[in-house]
Each structure stands twice: as structure tokens, then as C-alpha cells.
Design a protein around this ligand. Structure first.
Ligand code: GAL
Length: 675
């Protein structure tokens, strides 16, 4: 039996707790301080396999009993991890074939974590044993409210290229393609004489003298995501059997490349995500918002768990910049605004040794007489006051297509330009929508698009016939679509469909592409309307689409750069160059107007505005990332102070306000109210 609700009566607050790094005398103080900070959930045991099973089959769980009892006595619930992300040294020594191997053929060493091959049967068996031990012992423990399997699958080790994986890959290929003739067709092995006559001839796409078959590489990316998923499923199924009723999760890194989280999201009881700011990026709160929106979208709109973020600096970036006063609070509440019902950190107490001792924590080295601690306790109190927000749903205005497979395929070698990158394109479009104060859901290209007036499709290189039909139906039914360059190029095997680009998207976009015309490094092209593109241009041949903006110079001078195609009751826009910033914003504004999304241009820049609607109440999150106070037309009761707010809300620079009202504060949907 699977459960989807975490048994807690407030927003979850806490983080990774690694008591094994400390003498037992410290534990009581930990729990006392957790209470003081409002912590109600901690994740325990993530990397403690070597301590729980110091030798094969010898289990030492008594210390974990004491930790769980102590936490329970202190009113802190537990997210108990299976420790399988860090196999003990004895395991690797005894099972050397479980060591991962890189694409170059290097056998990886130990002394770190994630030191396992996902296809290793020895690893699978050892994981099953320790998982069973934990499940049998703690299934009924009153502190247990959530199971946490492994840690960030695919995070450090994206794929393994060993012989065990080669054999597993062949099995996976048989299941996908059926027979060798089909595989040879799908992979286009007639090119360069790669025809396979025996399954055993097939290898992982290891380093070769030159570019390895792209379809083989794409299938290997799928296989690797599935291989990690099989690891997750094995442990999950043991936990479900032995610990029924307790939800099971694993922590995603939603905006990272190696894992197809759309496939994974169906397999977890609760979606959990880790997010760390790229500290040096200006406006990195927009990147945070994107990750949070993607997490919620993976969860199908349901509340999700922010499993890890940081109170201040991390330790693994080139420059680990500390958060400014107020930033941690804005970050945390922005995740809540975008659907998180849990705010957890890595980690509770600062480590004194090991790889992560420079990482910020909830309880810093300086102890409780510190700004960080005061911020942590304040946030705990505020989240407690926001308990009614739990379960409410974020109201989105538009959808952006997100596709891991397109990301994998677009970035293989030997494309027209290596300067066009998938995540950059998605983030560029997302950023403009964020600045337009639009809230975005991410969708799989084949997902139901009903309810979205505007669907944005950044560089969907790999477009299946089903995805194309879906996007076309959206437009025919009255929706607006905006597609950016290098979309509709290949099918699921990275092969071109018949005819010109953009393949299956020709009909909806009303155009064909004669030739992609990538630009030199640093070269830009001028468009009408004062816009400039870079990286990419195309010879666009309209087949029903009208030119909205033309190229003024560059290799496609005089030709259409941005087009609009009326189809059925809707319209499809196409942008054939790389636009960014205000130039992209101007085109998106016009597509928004087409979609009937009224402009919110008057709202202050830097103000994040997100609404969550619950059963009887609506929560308007106003997060001011700017240096100046902001004022917006809105009414309600301040959820944190209880103060009423009539007509206009002031949000001082760097702060957050949450207004609760019984009715949506500006009416349903776009343009319905004062904003
Ligand atoms: C995460 C990881 C944590 C911790 C954290 C530090 O990727 O899951 O265990 O290492 O990074 O930022």
C-alpha cells in the first residue's frame, strides 16, 4: 500500500541530521535546539551504511534506535533514509565489480560517496539486505513519517560504462527494440557501417575515435536513468511491503540533466527536490523559482518537499558566497509560494571534519548567538504560522514544455552549433515570464495542455509525432503556442522525419526551414523592431505563417525571423533565432496578448507574486527581491502578523508578505481584478 501524505500537522521544517558525526552527549542538545528552532522533521541516516553494517551481515542499529527515540521524545519526526548512496569500503573491496567505470574506462576509487554501479547485482543484493533490516526494525517506530531512498541518484555518477552495465544495456535494448533488425533501423547503423549482427557486439557509448552513434548515446542516457530508477524501485518495493502506509521518496535535482524525472515522478509517493543557488548568478532567485515550479509540476501540481537547500553558503562551487541578510528567508518562502509544503536544509549541525565542513547549516559553528540561528528560529516560527497553507495549489498562468530527452539529444556532438544549449533556452524563456509576473507550470510535451492559454516550447529538438499532435491540437482548440528555434528536428531515435525541418511541427507553425544558419561566435543579427539575435538564424519559408519580424542583416537578411501562424482558433509563434532579455520579452509579450493574458507590466520589477489557493482561502505571496520598497494593489490579512491590508500592500525591500483572503485577491485568472 502506498501513502501520499506525510503524517505531520504543519509545514515540515528541518533538515539532514547526521548525529553519527558527533558524540552522543551532543544529541540531547541537538533535540533541545531543534525544538527551539521549530524543527519538526529531520532526515536521518543518509550516509551511515558503514556504521549500521560495519561488516557484511553484522548490524549495529542500537545507536539509531536511540537517535529515533530521542527525536520522538522531543517531538521531532523522522524521514529515515536507506544509506545506499554510500556503500561501505568493505563492500567495494569484496565486490570489485560494483565499482563504477567512466566513459574513458577509468575504474573509480572509493573514499567518496556514490561509489556504486547501478547495474551491479552485488550492490542490489546488499542494498536489499540493509533496506530490509531498517524496514523491519523501524516500520512501526512512532517517529517515522517518511522513507528517503538513497540520495540524489545520478547526481555524482551520471552513468557507468562497465561490462556489467554493457550486459544490462543489451537487455534493456532488447526490451525497447525487440530484435536486432529493429535496433539497426532505429540507430541508423547503415551509416559508417555499424550494423550489428549479434547483441553481444553492442557496447555502451564509450570513448571512441570520433562521435559515437547519437541514437546509441540517446538510448544510453535513457538506459542510465532507468538503471538508477530500478535501484530506487527495488528499495521502494521492500519498504512498501514491510512498512505499509509510510510514504516513500527520493531527493530529485529537478533541473539537472542525467535523470528523466517525468518517468521518476510517477514512482515516488511524494516528490522531493534539492535546490542550491548558483551563488554567483545575478537574480538567482529566478533560477530557484524555475526549480520550484518544475518540482511542483513533476508532482502533478500537488505539494512537494523541499528536501535540501542551504541556510547560507555551500562548499562546492568555485566561490561559495554567503547569503545576504533576508535572502534565506526569501528563498525558503519562495519555495513555499511555489507549492512546497516542507522546507528542509542540508544540514542541521555544522560538520567539524570531512568534505563538507565549509557548508552552512541550521546550527552554525558559532552556535545560537549568531544571525544564522536567529534567522533559522524566526523562519521556524513563521512556517508554523503558515500551517493552513498546506495542501493549497499554485495558480499558474502559462505552461512551458520541459523535456529531458530533448535536452540529452540536442546537446550531443555534431549539431549545427554547439552554442545552442537546452537549459539556457528554457531558462531564458522562463526568466521573461517571471519578469512579466506570470506563474508557470512545466509540462511534458505529450501532457494534457487544457487550461493553458499560452504554451511556450523552448528548443524541443526531439519531437515525437504524439507531441506534435498535442501541440497542434492546443492551437487548433484556441490556444497560443510559442516555439523557439531547433525544435521539431528529430524523432525519438534522433532521426529526421521525412521532409524539411521542423518535421512534425511544420503544420502547426505553418513554415518550413530551408537550412539552419548558425552564427559565428559573438556574431549578432539585427531584426525589425530593434531586436537582436545571436547564435542561430534560419532560412524560414512561410507556408501559411506571416512574418512578424524580419531579419535586417546576417545570413537570412530579408527573411522572416519571427512568425505567427493562425490555425483553427489559435495561433502559433515561431522564433528562428536566439533571442534573450528584453528582445525575447517583447516577442513573448505579444504572444501573451494573443493568448489573452493581460499585462502585469505595472507591477514593480523584482517583486515575485505567486498565488496558492486552498479550500477556503487564497494566499498571495509577495516576495520583494529588490532594493526598494514595493507597493501593489492587493487586499487581505497578513498571514504572519494578522494585520489587515486594504487596497494596497507595501512590501519593504528584501522582505516577504503573505496575504490571506477568502476570495482570490484579484479575481479569477488574468485581468479579472485590480492588477
Ligand atoms: C547535496 C547532497 C547533500 C549535501 C549537499 C551539499 O547534493 O545531497 O548530501 O552534500 O549537496 O550542498
Amino acid at each position: 500500500m502506498s501513502a501520499t501524505k506525510i503524517r505531520l500537522d504543519a509545514i515540515a521544517y528541518g533538515g539532514d541530521y547526521n548525529p553519527e558525526q558527533w558524540p552522543e552527549e551532543v544529541w540531547a542538545e541537538d533535540v533541545r535546539l531543534m525544538r527551539e528552532a521549530g524543527v519538526n522533521l529531520v532526515t536521518v541516516g543518509i550516509f551511515s551504511w558503514a556504521l549500521l553494517e560495519p561488516a557484511e551481515g553484522r548490524y549495529e542499529l542500537a545507536w539509531l534506535d536511540r537517535v529515533l527515540d530521542l527525536l520522538h521524545g522531543g517531538g521531532v519526526a523522522v524521514d529515515l533514509a536507506t544509506p545506499t548512496a554510500a556503500p561501505p569500503p568493505w563492500f567495494t573491496r569484496r565486490h570489485p565489480s560494483s565499482r563504477p567505470v567512466t566513459r574513458e574506462g577509468h575504474v573509480l576509487g572509493i573514499g567518496a560517496r556514490a561509489t556504486f554501479c547501478p547495474s551491479s547485482p552485488d550492490y542490489a543484493a546488499a542494498c536489499a539486505r540493509i533496506t530490509e533490516q531498517l524496514a523491519r526494525r523501524y516500520a512501526g517506530h512512532p517517529a517515522l513519517v517518511l522513507w528517503h531512498v538513497n540520495n540524489e541518484y545520478g547526481g555524482h555518477l551520471h552513468a557507468c560504462y562497465c561490462d556489467v552495465c554493457a550486459a544490462a544495456f543489451r537487455r534493456w535494448l532488447r526490451a525497447r527494440h525487440g530484435d536486432l533488425a529493429a535496433l539497426n533501423r532505429a540507430w541508423g547503423t547503415a551509416v559508417w557501417g555499424q550494423r550489428y549482427g549479434d547483441w553481444d557486439e553492442i557496447e555502451p557509448p564509450r570513448i571512441a575515435p570520433t562521435a559515437v552513434n547519437p541514437a546509441q548515446q540517446l538510448d544510453y542516457a535513457r538506459f542510465s536513468s532507468d538503471a538508477f530508477l530500478a535501484c530506487f524501485r527495488r528499495e521502494r518495493d521492500i519498504l512498501r511491503r514491510l512498512s505499509p502506509g509510510v510514504p516513500i521518496t527520493t531527493n530529485f535535482m529537478a533541473t539537472s540533466k542525467p535523470i528523466d524525472y517525468w518517468r521518476w515522478a510517477r514512482e515516488v509517493d511524494v516528490v522531493a527536490n534539492d535546490h542550491y543557488l548558483t551563488a554567483e548568478l545575478p537574480d538567482n532567485h529566478i533560477d530557484l523559482a524555475m526549480a520550484a515550479d518544475l518540482s511542483r509540476s513533476l508532482a502533478g501540481g500537488r505539494p512537494w518537499v523541499l528536501m535540501e537547500h542551504s541556510t547560507s553558503a555551500v562548499n562546492w562551487q568555485p566561490r561559495n558566497i554567503a547569503k545576504r541578510p533576508g535572502e534565506m528567508r526569501r528563498n525558503s518562502l519562495a519555495h513555499v509560494a511555489r507549492g512546497a509544503d516542507a522546507v528542509l536544509f542540508f544540514q542541521w549541525r555544522a560538520a567539524a571534519a570531512g568534505a563538507e565542513k565549509f557548508h552552512s547549516t541550521m546550527l552554525p559553528r558559532g552556535g545560537t548567538d549568531s544571525r544564522q540561528w536567529r534567522d533559522v528560529t524566526r523562519l521556524g516560527a513563521e512556517l508554523a504560522a503558515l500551517r493552513d497553507v498546506r495542501g493549497s495549489r499554485v495558480v499558474a498562468d502559462a505552461a512551458v514544455v520541459w523535456d529531458y530527452e530533448s535536452w540529452w539529444a540536442l546537446e550531443l556532438e555534431w549539431r549545427p552549433s554547439g552554442d545552442l544549449r537546452y537549459l539556457e533556452r528554457v531558462a531564458a524563456h522562463y526568466e521573461r515570464l517571471w519578469r512579466a509576473h506570470l506563474t508557470v507550470d512545466f509540462v511534458h510535451p505529450e501532457a494534457d495542455l487544457a487550461g493553458y492559454r499560452l504554451v511556450v516550447v523552448p528548443s524541443l529538438y526531439l519531437t515525437t509525432p504524439a507531441a506534435a499532435a498535442n501541440l497542434t491540437a492546443h492551437v487548433r482548440g484556441g490556444g497560443t503556442l510559442l516555439v523557439s528555434c531547433f525544435s521539431g528536428i528529430a524523432d525519438a531515435n534522433d532521426a529526421f522525419p521525412p521532409g524539411r525541418h521542423p518535421g512534425a511541427l511544420r503544420e502547426v507553425l505553418g513554415l518550413e526551414i530551408e537550412e539552419p544558419l548558425p552564427l559565428r561566435q559573438g556574431e549578432t543579427v539585427r531584426l525589425e523592431g530593434g531586436c537582436r539575435g545571436d547564435v542561430w538564424a534560419e532560412d524560414v519559408l512561410p507556408r501559411g505563417a506571416e512574418a512578424v519580424l524580419r531579419y535586417l542583416d546576417g545570413p537570412a537578411a530579408g527573411g522572416p525571423a519571427v512568425t505567427r501562424h493562425r490555425l483553427g482558433r489559435g495561433a502559433a509563434w515561431y522564433v528562428s533565432t536566439r533571442l534573450a532579455g528584453d528582445d525575447l520579452g517583447r516577442v513573448l509579450d505579444r504572444a501573451c496578448a494573443d493568448a489573452g493574458l493581460a499585462s502585469r507590466a505595472d507591477l514593480p520589477a523584482g517583486l515575485e507574486v505567486v498565488r496558492r489557493d486552498g479550500a477556503g482561502a487564497s494566499y498571495l505571496f509577495l516576495i520583494n527581491h529588490g532594493d526598494e520598497d514595493a507597493e501593489v494593489p492587493a487586499s487581505g490579512v497578513d498571514a504572519l502578523t494578522g494585520a489587515p491590508c486594504e487596497g494596497r500592500a507595501c512590501v519593504p525591500a528584501g522582505t516577504v508578505r503573505i496575504l490571506v483572503s477568502s476570495l482570490p485577491p484579484w479575481g479569477e485568472g488574468w485581468g479579472g481584478g485590480p492588477i
